[in-house]
Write a protein that binds this ligand. Sequence first.
Ligand SMILES: Cc1cc2nc3c(=O)[nH]c(=O)nc-3n(C[C@H](O)[C@H](O)[C@H](O)COP(=O)(O)O)c2cc1C
Length: 204
Amino acid sequence: MSQLVSLNPEEMEPRDAYRLFLSIVAPRPIAWVSTVSKDGRLNLAPFSFYTGVSSKPLTALISVGARRGNLKDTLRNAQETGEFVINVVNEDLAPAMNLTSGEWPADIDEFAIAHLTPQPSVDVKPPRVAESPISLEAKVSQVVPVEGTSSTLIIGRILRIHLRNDLLRDNGLVDPLLLRPITRLGGDEYGTVGRVFSMPHPSL
Ligand SMILES: Cc1cc2nc3c(=O)[nH]c(=O)nc-3n(C[C@H](O)[C@H](O)[C@H](O)COP(=O)(O)O)c2cc1C
C-alpha cells in the first residue's frame, strides 16, 4: 500500500503550496473574462478560480489575485464599470486563451493580440468573444476582498446566456462532447472532457 504524505501548507514555500493546491483543486473550468475600462479599452483574460454560486438569480464568481501588489485589469474594469462577460473556452480556442493570459499592459487589447472578434453584447458594454461557443453576460453584484489574502472575488449576476444552438440538447443541457471545453489542472497542464456517464438522482 502506498504511504500517505501529510503536509502543513504554512510550513511550505508559499509558491510550492500554491502549485500543489492548484493541482489538487482540479480540473477547474475556465472563465475567459471580457471587460472594458471606463475609457472604453477592451480586455480579455482567463480565470480558473471560477464557479457558479447560485441558481436564482444565476450567479457566478471568479477570484482575482493581485499582480505584484497591483490590480489586474479585469478586476479594475469590473469594479469601475460593474460589468463583465464570461466566455467558454473549447479545445479550438485553447491557444488563443493562453495568449490572452500574458501580462499585457492595460492599453493592450487582448482581442487583437489573439486575433479574436469582439461581438457586441446585448445587456452589457463588454463585448463577448464571437469565436466562443457560449458567453454569459454578467452584472457585478459584489466585489469581495478575501480576508488575509491578496485575492478579490468578483460575484456577478448572469443577465444573458448566448450559446451555439447545435450544442443545446432536447433535455435543455449543453452536450459536453460537442462543446469540448478545456479545464485547468496544475502547472501548465490542461484537461479535456473524458468519459461522460449518468447517475439518476436517488428518489427517497
Ligand atoms: C487557464 C488560466 C487560468 C487562470 N486563472 C486565474 C485566476 O483564477 N485568478 C487570477 O488572478 N489569475 C488567473 N490567471 C492569470 C491571469 O489570466 C493573468 O494574470 C492575466 O494577465 C490577467 O489579465 P488582466 O490583467 O488583463 O486582468 C489564469 C491564467 C490562465 C492561463
